[in-house]
Design a protein around this ligand. Structure first.
Ligand code: HEC
Length: 443
């Protein structure tokens, strides 16, 4: 998004690190909230139509109770839904400034669709209040005409409510899909070369969506149990039948969500470019796994003893699992954008130098990328893990494109060497470092 990109300036490394930390914080608030909102709305719409079809008031009541969970009041949707979507977009615009990709377009679409989706879900939620009032006043109305008219209006509003529920869920879902695609692109630079439509249906995006859904189901179930049976001693005057539905659905959600998580996490770790792995990612993945194991036991105990007095611990456990999973992904995102941060820092310094009149002090530097990403395996005149550049660069003279494409996507070449791992650079970074090694080698 050019106008978004023009809005921001290159940042220093310290700033980018700060933005990365803030992003972690925002994702920590946003993902659990939006997950609960999505899952409860879907269930609410399902149980509402089920209740209507079977004339079962329990289901209708359950449906209303569900949607009230994430929409307690209006500001929650704005504070935990719409504002984070916007801030995420702006912050990633900073981190990927001039990276020349459509990630920002994706984020903008996510923001628009997501916001409208949230508003529509709120519309759906308020329709329940209207219906409640309607059901209370109709028995008291003697006037036949008035009653007829009220029935008509109410019918229309019910249909509208059902529609806004469905549309809200649909838009929110697609908005989130774009957000997840953007995050997946950041984690997998090889996707940058592809067309947007292929990115949206890449298997890694689908994997990430599954992780999000599994996490959301686990949180939602635990949160419902927590707010009904634990918070402030629990709600006491619930009808038995209603309460049974509530418990059954919540436990199932948490259990199946939590059960799916380890496999998904493992595959996404294996799919990640090894260059982006770091100790932190393993630490937080391990923490998540241990907590998940505790959770299975807790759920088992709850189902076996048919009691829900562990709802409190269960909820906190799920929250800590969610935090670990989100932090692990954010660390990976930070690692993935680190080389670009080096480029931005160089730009920032030359920008600063220009401001204070010292032209040409720093330039966007392939050298820094070389130092961080290549020097561990390559020097110019000695063989390390990889060949000495002086021995291999001759064939690339006058053939910069081929060199850039090798660096972006190393192929197996010389049987005397192991294959070179993909350094995970952006196209412009690969070009920078290619120019640098070519120039240095010629000297
Ligand atoms: C983990 C070690 C490692 C890192 C890091 C690494 N390389 Fe390599 N590189 C290798 C190995 C091993 C080969 C030999 C691959 C082969 O012949 O199949 C190689 C080969 C090359 C070649 C020669 C290709 C050819 O046509 O023979 C170039 C050019 C190159 N690397 C550039 C880079 C650049 C630029 C970076 C940093 C962005 C980098 N490498 C980072 C291990 C590494």
């Amino acid at each position: 998004m050019e106008f978004l990109d023009n809005l921001v300036l290159p940042q220093s490394l310290e700033h980018i690190r700060l933005i990365n930390y803030l992003l972690i914080l925002i994702f920590l608030l946003f993902i659990p909230y939006i997950g609960v909102l999505l899952v409860t709305s879907v269930l609410s719409v399902i149980y509402r139509s089920k209740g209507r079809r079977e004339g079962n008031e329990n289901f209708t009541e359950f449906s209303a109770a569900l949607i009230r969970v994430p929409t307690l009041n209006k500001s929650i949707g704005v504070i935990l839904g719409i504002i984070p979507l916007l801030t995420i977009t702006l912050m990633i615009a900073q981190i990927l400034h001039r990276a020349n990709t459509f990630i920002l377009e994706f984020l903008l679409v996510a923001f628009l669709l997501g916001s409208i989706g949230i508003i529509l879900i709120y519309t759906y939620r308020y329709s329940f209040d209207f219906e409640g009032i309607y059901n209370r006043i109709t028995p008291q109305i003697g006037d036949k005409d008035l009653l007829e008219e009220l029935k008509r209006t109410s019918g229309g509003s019910t249909r509208l409510a059902a529609k806004s529920g469905l549309w809200g869920i649909g838009l929110l879902f697609f908005g989130l899909w774009f957000l997840l695609s953007a995050v997946t692109m950041i984690l997998h630079p090889s996707l940058w070369e592809k067309d947007a439509i292929f990115v949206l249906f890449d298997w890694r995006v689908i994997l990430y969506a599954f992780q999000f859904l599994a996490l959301s189901c686990a949180i939602t179930g635990a949160f419902i149990l927590f707010s009904y049976y634990y918070w402030e001693g629990g709600i006491t005057n619930i009808k038995e039948e209603f309460s049974d539905t509530l418990k059954r659905v919540s436990i199932h959600l948490t259990f199946w969500g939590a059960l799916a998580l380890p496999g998904i996490m493992l595959i996404s770790l294996l799919a990640l470019n090894p260059r982006f792995l770091s100790g932190g990612i393993f630490t937080f993945s391990t923490i998540a796994l241990i907590l998940l194991f505790v959770l299975y036991n807790l759920v088992y105990a709850m189902v076996k003893n048919r009691n829900i007095k562990f709802s409190g611990p269960l909820f906190f456990l799920v929250i800590f699992i969610a935090l670990s999973v989100i932090i692990k992904d954010q660390i990976a995102m930070g690692n993935a954008t680190a080389p670009h941060a080096v480029v931005l820092n160089a730009e920032f310094e030359s920008y600063l130098a220009e401001l204070i009149g010292e032209r040409g002090v720093a330039e966007v530097s392939g050298k820094e990328i070389y130092d961080v990403r290549c020097a561990s395996c390559h020097t110019f005149d000695q063989r390390l893990v990889g060949p000495a550049f002086n021995n291999v660069l001759t064939k690339y003279e006058g053939n910069m494109e081929q060199l850039v494409s090798f660096i972006l996507n190393p192929a197996k070449i010389d049987p005397q060497f192991p294959p070179m791992p993909n350094p995970g650079l952006r196209p412009n970074e690969a070009r920078g470092v290619a120019e640098f090694i070519m120039e240095t080698y010629k000297k």
